[in-house]
Design a protein around this ligand. Structure first.
Ligand code: NAD
Length: 265
């Protein structure tokens, strides 16, 4: 029997990258999984999940196009999931974006774009998931994607760091408020993960003059990783699974670093 058998899980930002790897793993462990993403392709991503998991998937996957900054869309996604599977047990608030700018060049537009998705998106996602879990009356789990940028401010990505500090503080505030409903709220904090986000970041950092050639920024940023390499999305899955499963039931308001040893706190 899979570790997530009988559970219903929503993962946002599941169209690709870390979110997709987590959603695939939940599916393999027996959960019914909603792949939520801004991308119109998310239905196809969910449909292909059984194939991607090598036929090992024992849950059911659906894809829902959603903008995590739009409360009505988030509510509609949760309603669709509960209508289909009967409950919501675990919500991953994982969708996130970055767009580097040199510190003195950061604009209001850059700030708003990043803070809305990474910060407000997690607030709305937590609130609406919690409302559903409270109505169900048997608790639940909210898992937020933090970052090494939740623990340290880096240059060229100031709004991103501010937004990921916000994700960490929202994790703590929600944990304090929701414990009485037996809802735990935790986060995990990746370091450098080889996904489209970093591919784009590498390109953008060259554009603003922070690096000179493809791969340089990622290589330099990864040079201090004690494990000697950047992560793949699969490296993140075990920690995400732990936080979604009963194994972490007596844990709330925490953020687990899963960065190969970059930020030692
Ligand atoms: N890649 C890394 O090195 C790294 C490190 C630390 C934390 N993170 C965090 O992990 C999470 C996933 O990152 P990733 O590397 O897989 O990124 P990614 O760019 O590969 O995937 C992000 C997904 O989020 C979706 N998305 C963007 N805006 C959205 C919105 N408004 N509503 C719904 N979906 C939206 C995108 O369509 C995309 O499918 C993010 O929160 C990111 O900040 C990534």
């Amino acid at each position: 029997m899979g570790r997530m058998e009988g559970k219903t899980v929503i993962v946002t930002g599941a169209g690709r990258g870390i979110g997709r790897a987590i959603a695939d793993a939940m599916l393999t462990e027996g959960a019914n999984v909603c792949f939520g993403d801004l991308s119109a392709d998310v239905g196809d991503v969910a449909a292909a999940a059984t194939e991607r998991t090598g036929g090992a998937a024992s849950g059911t996957a659906i894809g829902v196009q959603v903008d995590v900054t739009q409360r009505d869309q988030v509510k509609a996604m949760i309603d669709e999931v509960v209508g289909r599977f009967g409950s919501l047990d675990v919500k991953f608030n994982n969708a996130g974006v970055n767009k580097p700018m040199n510190f003195l060049d950061v604009t209001e537009e850059n700030w708003d774009f990043i803070m809305r998705i990474n910060g407000l998106g997690v607030l709305i996602g937590s609130q609406e998931a919690a409302r559903q879990m409270i109505a169900q009356g048997h608790g639940g789990k909210i898992v937020n994607t933090c970052s090494i940028a939740s623990r340290q401010g880096f240059d060229n990505v100031a709004p991103y760091c501010a937004s990921k500090f916000a994700v960490l503080s929202l994790t703590q505030s929600a944990a304090r408020d929701l414990a009485k409903h037996k809802i735990t709220v935790n986060g995990f904090a990746p370091g450098v993960v080889n996904t489209e986000l970093w591919r784009q970041l590498d390109e953008d950092l060259m554009e603003i003059g922070a690096s000179q050639k493809p791969g340089q920024a990622m290589e330099e940023f990864s040079s201090g990783i004690l494990m000697g390499r950047p992560a793949t999305p699969d490296d993140i899955v075990g920690t995400a699974m732990f936080l979604a499963s009963g194994a972490s039931d007596y844990m709330t308001g925490q953020c687990i670093m899963i960065d190969g040893g970059m930020i030692l706190v």
